[in-house]
Design a protein around this ligand. Structure first.
Ligand code: BG6
Length: 485
């Protein structure tokens, strides 16, 4: 329980969050198989048809595998955490991290996703990483699936479109729960599970041109992920007593553009469509409002006997989410559109935006935390938040990222308000504590880190690490448990 008068509780988990495919590199080292992220090529902004480059067709996969399609694949290289994890973790420790969020790259453990035996070298790598974290008293927070579906599962089953993948996932989950039972207490089943509706390839290794009916396939694949998530939660509780399983959502708190009831109703619908994912995970059942959506879109979910019971019995222990922006919706076709990582909406005139057009809304974080806590009454964990920005390295090597400090300071201040409002918030891991490859654009120049990595969009650089001004600032925030912002 939190002490409402004090703000951040004593054991608050401060840290940073990453994903294997954006961080590690070494994409084919020590027996690792290819994953969905390894198929994502870098496309310079001028040549992009939209703001992201992550949805891949079956034809493109064939061209990549045959060598016909030549490109750079930055997520294969990451920022070389695979070889530099000791140096990087020492820097996290210097900032005082209590927790470090990372994902296990499924294809390091099961290179094809359904291999008879796990890959020992892959398991050993994460043993080393967890040991290094514990050396400094840093708690690992592990995402089982962060856009890294083994490509073998795409080729064989069209990824999560097939129910077969549930068993592959639970085997993978059981393997890592048993292996790391003394090392990892906090887990997340799927990163931003709602990604499936936006990029099925990213969210679940589903190549949508192989599906007969897009929406049907997406919601069926999600059903498979929900069941897999509940089964993994069951396994975790059996294997690691006292462990905590979380679900994870790209939370898009949505505002109505005006008080016109048409806008308000549309806004209610937008929020429901986003909260649907956490509703299933935290309440253990499909929300009623989805019945109409499914009926009107000719979606018929194929459930097996027992699925509903599995969802009901094995709900998550905490609800985690990313928070970068809010959305404003209008029932009118007029109005300038806003940009987001993958979401749209109209521009909110009260908000400034990042250089990538993401609308910055610290107060929205407080609103969202209250909404989520009222709805679920489960502990909340902000496992991603941050500002992607261009950084300038001065002649003496220093980096004055006051814009990043401002962004984080304002968001953390609103977290504190939410805690005072009564919200049970257990931790905060800002996105990309060390610069890493962008998920949506594969750029390196879109930087989130407290730690700068010398690497540019074309893959040039020494990979050397250096501290930005925000490094020293975040260290003070953690040391003062959020009192000094
Ligand atoms: C989240 C993802 O959507 O946003 C991360 O979980 C991602 O993987 C982060 O990196 C920031 O997005 P981007 O596109 O700026 O890297």
């Amino acid at each position: 329980m939190t002490d409402a008068k004090k703000g951040f509780p004593e054991n608050f988990l401060w840290g940073g969050a990453t994903a294997a495919n954006q961080l590690e590199g070494a994409f084919d080292a020590d027996g690792k198989g290819l994953s969905s992220a390894d198929m994502v090529a870098y496309v310079p902004k001028a040549e992009r048809s939209n703001d992201h480059t992550i949805e891949i067709t079956s034809g493109r996969i064939e061209q990549i595998l045959s060598g016909e399609f030549k490109a750079r694949f930055p997520k294969r290289e990451g920022v070389d955490f695979y070889h530099r994890y000791k140096e990087d973790i020492a820097l996290f420790a210097e900032m005082g991290f209590k927790v470090f969020r990372l994902s296990i790259n499924w294809a390091r453990i099961f290179p094809n996703g359904d291999d008879a035996e796990p890959n020992e070298a892959g398991l050993k790598f994460y043993d080393n990483v967890f040991d290094e974290l514990h050396k400094y008293g840093i708690e690992p927070l592990v995402t089982l699936a962060h856009y890294e579906t083994p490509l073998g599962l795409t080729q064989k089953y069209n990824g999560w479109a097939s129910r077969e993948v549930i068993a592959c996932y639970t085997r993978y989950a059981e393997t890592v729960f048993r292996r790391y039972q003394d090392k990892v207490k906090y887990w997340i089943t799927f990163n931003e599970i709602n990604m499936m509706t936006l990029s099925p390839f990213t969210g679940g290794g589903v190549v949508i041109d192989r599906a007969e009916n897009k929406l049907q396939t997406i919601y069926q694949a999600l059903h498979h992920q929900f069941v897999a998530s509940a089964l993994a939660t069951k396994l975790l509780h059996e294997i690691i007593p006292g462990s905590q399983m979380g679900c994870m959502l790209a939370r898009m708190e949505s505002y109505a553009n005006t008080c016109n009831p048409e806008d308000v109703r549309l806004n209610q619908h937008e929020n429901q469509m986003n909260l649907y994912f956490t509703d299933v995970h935290a309440r253990g059942e499909y929300p009623k409002y989805m019945d109409r959506y499914f009926a009107e879109n000719n979606i018929v979910l194929h459930k097996e006997p027992g699925d509903d019971e599995i969802l009901k019995l094995h709900t998550v222990d905490y609800v985690a989410f990313s928070y970068y922006m809010t959305l404003t919706v209008s029932a009118s076709p007029e109005g300038e559109r806003a940009q987001g990582n993958l979401f749209g909406g109209v521009k909110n005139p009260y908000l400034k935006a990042s250089e990538w057009g993401w609308q910055i809304d610290p107060v929205g974080l407080r609103i969202m935390l209250n909404t989520m806590y009222d709805r679920y009454r489960k502990p909340l964990f902000i496992v991603e938040n941050g500002l992607g920005a261009y950084d300038k390295v001065e002649a003496d090597g220093s980096i004055h990222d006051s814009y990043r400090i401002d962004y984080l300071r304002q968001h953390i201040a609103q977290m504190k308000e939410a805690i005072l409002d009564g919200v049970e918030l257990i931790g905060y891991t800002s996105w990309g504590p060390i610069d890493l490859v962008s998920m949506s654009t594969s750029e390196m120049s879109k930087r989130y880190g407290f730690i700068y990595v010398d690497l540019d969009d074309d893959g040039n650089g020494t990979l050397n690490r250096s501290k930005k001004d925000s490094f020293h600032w975040y260290k003070k925030v953690i040391a003062s448990n959020g009192a000094e912002l």
